[in-house]
Ligand binder design. Structure first.
Ligand SMILES: [Mn+2]
Length: 315
């Protein structure tokens, strides 16, 4: 039997790096000795992920669409747990384990292994396994985990960053002889690259679909060192959000543009309803199709809960 490790749809770096790193840990620790542990992709990778895997000299995993799943195979969900963020090819009853750092929203009929911690990245939880069980990651895997921690925590600056993220990032930087500041800037640059992307691609660059009490809400986030490039396209992005809503069957859609150097975000929306939700959620005043929402840079901690609160409250 195969055990597939997989991140969320529209995978970001952590969602690709953590499954690959965790697969190495599971191999070394022999937890599932009778099975083959195989990381797989839930979708196309972004430019940052491409850059990091090249730097670490590690091959990208296969896409889940290119493998055939046997009823005896099992799945480990990495960096997500909600059904709305899960690849549709994953059979619910074949999930045996979840390793994640997001809010829990699950319902299983039988017991599964859960490893959920409020750290800045899933890769931090994975490295904690190596550390706790006295296993040493290979150099490439160490680099992947370091990159994912720095990426998810916006260079250890986001509000989700914990002391453990910082401690482990420094340990990994030491073993891989990496300069954290310089590497973070390279990650930011590769994240900001929108060459060849349409407004629709931009509006889907790093999205999550949330279920707020039965209402589907699409929230995309773009982390960039050049926010004006995106904000200048707000009309086109607003139109793309409209198309996305009808494709995804979502009631509302937002695109958050985060300036990772200034630690500040803007939110782009398309309808008056969304504008009013954004203004209430972040006590701000919209201008055109966007609003400045201040130093809120974590979607799961600073942004999604505020939108959810307004949607539930004004229901
Ligand atoms: Mn993550």
């Amino acid at each position: 039997m195969n055990i597939y490790l997989i991140g969320h749809i529209a995978p970001d770096l952590d969602s690709v790096a953590a499954p690959v790193a965790y697969a190495e840990f599971l191999d070394k620790s022999k937890r599932y000795e009778d099975s083959k542990v195989i990381p797989v992709l839930s979708g196309d990778v972004n430019k940052e992920t491409e850059f990091v895997f090249k730097e670490a000299k590690i091959d990208l995993p296969l896409n889940i669409n290119d493998i055939s799943i046997d009823p005896t195979d099992a799945f480990i969900l990495v960096d997500h747990n909600e059904i709305s963020q899960r690849h549709p090819k994953i059979p619910h009853e074949q999930v045996i384990e979840i390793i994640d750092h997001h809010k829990i929203n699950i319902d299983f009929v039988s017991p599964i292994r859960l490893d959920v911690k409020p750290y800045g990245s899933t890769s931090t939880i994975v490295y904690e396994h190596f550390d706790t069980y006295g296993q040493k990651p290979s150099e490439g895997i160490a680099k992947l985990m370091l990159a994912a921690i720095l990426s998810d925590t916006q260079g250890l600056k986001s509000s989700t960053t914990t002391g453990i993220d910082s401690e482990y990032a420094h340990q990994l930087a030491k073993t891989t002889e990496t300069d954290i500041e310089r590497f973070t800037f390279e990650l930011f640059k590769s994240k900001s690259d929108i060459t060849g992307m349409t407004p629709q691609d931009i509006a889907r660059k790093d999205y999550k679909i949330f279920d707020f009490d039965g209402k589907k809400v699409f929230i995309n986030q773009i982390e960039t060192v050049e926010p004006d490039k995106i904000l200048d396209m707000q009309e086109e992005i607003a139109r793309a959000l409209e198309e996305i809503k009808s494709i995804e069957g979502a009631g509302q859609a937002y695109c958050v543009v985060t300036d990772v150097l200034k630690v500040n975000s803007h939110i782009i929306f398309s309808t008056d309803e969304e504008k009013s939700v954004a203004e209430k959620a972040f006590t701000t005043q919209a201008q055109g199709k966007s609003a400045d929402i201040g130093p809120r840079t974590s979607r799961k901690k600073d942004i999604a809960p505020e939108i959810e609160r307004v949607i539930l409250y004004t229901k």
